[in-house]
Design a protein around this ligand. Sequence first.
Ligand code: PHE
Length: 368
Amino acid sequence: MTNEAIPDLPEFNDSALDKAFAALERRATDDAAALPSPEAVEAFRLRWLGRKQGLLSEVSSRWLKAAPPEAKKPVGERFKTLKELVERLLDQAAGAGPTDAALAAEAIDITLPGTRRLTGAEHPITRTLNEITQVFAALGYSVGVGPEVETDYYNFESMNFPPGHPARDTQDTLVVANQERRPLRDRLLLRTHTSPVQMRTMEQQPPPVRIVIPGKVHRNDAADATHSPIFHQVEGLCVDTNITFSDLKGTLDHAMKALFGSSVKTRFFPSFFPFTEPSADVQISCIFCGGNGCRKCKQSGWIELLGCGMVDPAVFAFAALKQPAYDPRKISGFAFGMGVERIAMMKYGISEIGQFYAGDMRFLGQFA
Ligand code: PHE
């Protein structure tokens, strides 16, 4: 359509020029009316404004250069007008906005409700875990972690559960399959407590040690309102010269007051763990009734919350295999372990442990 060459001009008088240029202006306007794509726009530009073969350069050489001297000016003026038109058409085509249909599709209906962006929030378990670690961080404890898939050695043997010892039965261990060809100490299992990280920490650094270890643990427990096969613990370990049971009591009494309020009391009952001697269970005065007795504390006024004790010399002996400074004649220490879910349930008045893992936004949203 537009590829016809520019004809030579037979005459250079005003009316002949007007007619010739008007024809070209129509041609350019028609040509620019149907440019559906950026490629078509570019083709239009080349066709009209191309340096060598563009129609305007042809007009320039055939009409402007060929014009007799007295016609140069009128041809030049008309040529300029034509060029401006072509450039304007090109600008319009290149900058053309979206079509009416595209605009309609993007239009916003301001009567619709907006899209609500949900604010993220810490999971109550994560929050409780952080609260506990922060209480101990304020006492100068560092924070450590260890693997959830653990060896028999770290989970049991080095924590003074010898092979075949009945204390292992209390741990409802989930073991990794097909490990029978390995020596017992190297067999893998899902750690049943965070205590193996006590040993991993001591193997890495000589005393003094003050560390808390938050983490996930696994036990082959049937799920019910207060038990879940996966739960969380925070372990604590303090080793130095002259650490006594009084230090243990003072530290945990402070921690319970920091977590549950300064009016909370603690008491320590004899207990047993293979890796601590003596061992104790810690109870706090019931935070629901203030110790008067209610349904939550089974009328006793006390709630059992964690296990603790002085590190057993047998455990130090295992640590001393890698770090001789753990000589039980020279150093002593205490350890404790608490269940995070249990503490979170008490702090937030939650009665079903399963709520933590169900992913129900109505439950989780309450902690936002
Ligand atoms: N690991 C023990 C448990 O899971 C808790 C504990 C930790 C007890 C440290 C004493 C010292 O029950």
